[in-house]
Every structure is written in C-alpha cells, then in structure tokens.
Design a protein around this ligand. Structure first.
Ligand SMILES: Cc1ncc(COP(=O)(O)O)c(C=O)c1O
Length: 393
C-alpha cells in the first residue's frame, strides 16, 4: 500500500471508497488529547462535540488507554459463553453508580441495540406489543429503534416500519394517556431530546409519566444514550432533580460509556430481570473484554478526575459568559448537553467556529447549536468559545 502523506490524499481516498454518511468537516483527525483533536496537517481543534458525544472522558484518557492496553495483552475477546473478570467488574461498577432499583446490566455494542433490547425486555415482561415514544425523539437506526423515532425523516428512511409504535407529544401527558391502554408494553423517551434541539420538559411531566406507568403496568424506559454517564453533571438524568427524581425501569446507554470503544448497555430492575431467561437475549460482541475494560476505566476516570463536579461548575461559567453574546437568546439543556438557541440560523455560526478551529454540533432545529464536549472541558476553553462567538455572532 502506498504511503499516505497529505490530508488531501486521505480525503480523496475516503471519498472514493467509503459510502456517504454525514457531511464531513474538512478535518483529517489524527490524534486526540483531552478536549483537543489534532489534524494531520498539524492544526489543533477545540472539540465541543466529542465525535457525537462519545468522548466523555476526553480523547485518549490515559487511564482508559492503559486499561485497554492491559486487557488487549490478556484476551481481546470471548463472548458471554464464559465468565470474565473484565465483564464482572464492568457490570458491578455500572450497577454501583446506577439508581438503587436498577440492579442488572445487559451489554451490547451501540445505542440502537440497547434500545432494541430494552423494548424487547419490556415486551417479554408484559406480554404486550406496543411502545409509546415521542415526537422529536431519536432512538437509533436499526428497524425497531428507527420505527420508534418520530423525528424528521428517520421513519421514512427506515421504511417499511416495524409495527408496534405509537407517537405521543413530548411534554403532553394527555397525549400519552390517550394511547396508554392495555396493549402498551413501554413508554420510551430521551429525557432531554438532543437531536431535536435539546428539548426538555418540566419535572412534573416525568413524574406523571412514572405514575401513569405504575397505574397501567407499563415499563418506563429512559434512553440515556446521550444524557447518561455524567453528561448532565450527574451520572444519569434518572433520579436527578431536573426529572423530579424519577427512576425508570430501564436505562439505555452507549456513546460515552466506553470512551470510544463501541459499547451499549441496558440497566434493568430486578423485577424485569426476573422475566428474562437464558437465550431470551443474546449478542456475539456485547460484553467483550476490551469494551468491558473500557467501561470500568471510563467510570473510574470520571470519578478520579471529579468530572461530574467539573461539569456543574464549568456549565455555570459557560452560562454566565454566554450572557455576553446577545445573539444567544436561550441556553437549553443541562450540564454538557447544551443547546445554544440563536435568533437566526446557526449554520453560518457553526461554519465560522470551525474556521476558528472549534468543533460544535447542529441539530434538527436550525436555530440551535449543540455542545456535547468532553466532561473535562475547562473554563479556559469555554472562554475560547465565547471570544470566538463574540467575534462572529
Ligand atoms: C438518544 C439516542 N439514542 C440512540 C442513539 C443511537 O445510538 P447508536 O448510534 O450508538 O446506535 C443515539 C445516537 O445518536 C441517540 O442520540
């Protein structure tokens, strides 16, 4: 194979051989460290997007790298047919930070898989088929999860849709009540709808959903693929004051859980777990040793570096400083899942920030710029963003 030298050559090769996915930024990412991405041409970018919210511990956290390296020298992989110290430790650690009632973990490889399995568990446990999800929610791109996604064009992309999906309006309990009959196995929601433009409901909505589920024997699933693992400044949205302390029956996770090693998980109550027998669930790669080592080390790194505390204090610094930017009319969200709502469209702002070597995210709301930075983002880096916004907004 020829030696690749320039960014242009790398870009051309990828364009030639890879199917289209997203519109790519003109960045050839070569190396990462904390909140910084270094491009192959030597430029450095402040990463406030974390590769789709994955780099929770920052890029290449040394504790995570060391754990992956150690595990890779012992055993790369064996499936759930055997026991493994790496898996045992990851499951114990994940359950130890979860709300008390969620006592069992199931590991898979992605957010969409976590949601598919969560819906399956709810259907098996209740003997019912339908799942209520919400306008604006995003749950993944595999058949059942995309059919549960009532955001933009996704159900269209996923056609033919899987039956068993009902749409309610986010934040509107009456719309849920009208659908929540004895055919409904689960209500699933992103407690903060990220891709829809960082939409939250008021705390009462989550409480009322919990009550409705309890009354009608419905499983409540929080898709915390984005909100989980410290992003809101707490380990989970579940149990937080923003959600009135409500604990769902299942939490689904992925994204930041493995610091970049693909891994997803469902955290499940003991009661639901009692309905799951051998061979009801399965996966080849889920629970593999490298991913499990990454999970344990990710959670340890967040604890060791006091990242949850960091999120809380840096979020308040950011909110304070954003008051200086007149064009930012509202800051939505919690912790490091933030939507900066501008008076006009954010596309030019997103592009101008990229020219200044700052990576941010857009959303399906044209006026909302999304920030999903590593949990180790510092106040100095917030100041870099604010100074850039001052110049361009
Ligand atoms: C809230 C939410 N759920 C599920 C998913 C799907 O995760 P994955 O891309 O790992 O399948 C995503 C991905 O963006 C997400 O944001």
């Amino acid at each position: 194979m020829a030696t690749i030298t320039s960014s242009e050559e790398i870009t051309a090769l990828e364009e030639r051989y890879q199917l289209a996915t997203y519109k790519k930024m003109p960045v050839v990412a070569e190396r990462g460290e904390g909140v910084w991405i270094y491009a192959s041409n030597g430029e450095r970018y402040l990463d406030l997007y974390g590769g789709h919210a994955v780099a929770g511990t920052g890029h290449c956290h040394p504790h995570v790298i060391a754990a992956i390296r150690r595990q890779s020298e012992k055993l790369l992989f064996y499936s759930n047919l055997v026991y493994s110290e790496a898996r045992a430790r990851a499951a114990e650690k994940l359950v130890s930070i979860a709300p008390d009632s969620l006592t069992k973990a199931f590991f898979c490889n992605s957010g969409t898989e976590a949601n598919e399995n969560a819906m399956r568990i709810a259907r098996m446990a209740t003997g019912r088929e339908n799942v209520i999800t919400f306008s604006g929610g995003f749950h993944g791109r595999t058949a059942d999860a995309i059919s549960a996604t009532f955001l933009g064009k996704y159900r269209e992309i996923g056609k033919p849709n899987v039956p068993g999906h009902l749409q309610a309006e986010f934040g509107d309990l009456d719309s849920v009540r009208a659908l929540a009959n004895e055919s409904v196995a689960a209500i699933m929601l992103e407690p903060i709808q990220s891709m829809a433009g960082v939409r939250m409901s008021d705390p009462l909505f989550y409480r009322e959903l919990r009550q409705l589920c309890d009354e009608r024997g419905i499983v409540l699933i929080y898709d915390e693929v984005q909100t989980g693992i410290g992003r809101t400044g707490e380990w989970f949205f579940a149990g937080s004051p923003a959600g009135d302390g409500v604990i769902p029956d299942i939490i689904t996770l992925a994204k930041a859980l493995g610091s970049g090693i693909p891994v997803g998980a469902c955290l499940v109550t003991g009661k639901l777990a009692s309905h799951i027998k051998e061979n009801d669930l399965g996966t080849t790669f889920g629970g593999g040793m490298i991913a499990m080592a990454a999970v344990t080390a990710t959670l340890e790194a967040i604890e060791n570096d006091r990242m949850l505390e960091n999120v809380v204090s840096v979020e308040s610094h950011l909110r304070e400083r954003l008051k200086e930017i007149e064009q930012v009319v509202k800051v939505r969200g919690r912790g490091f899942l933030l939507g900066l709502e501008f008076a006009g469209k954010v596309k030019p702002i997103h592009e101008a920030l990229l020219e200044r070597k700052i990576i941010t995210g857009t959303s399906s709301n044209a006026k909302v710029l999304r920030l999903l930075p590593p949990l180790c983002l510092g106040k100095e880096e917030v100041d870099i963003l604010v100074e850039a916004l001052r110049k361009i907004a």
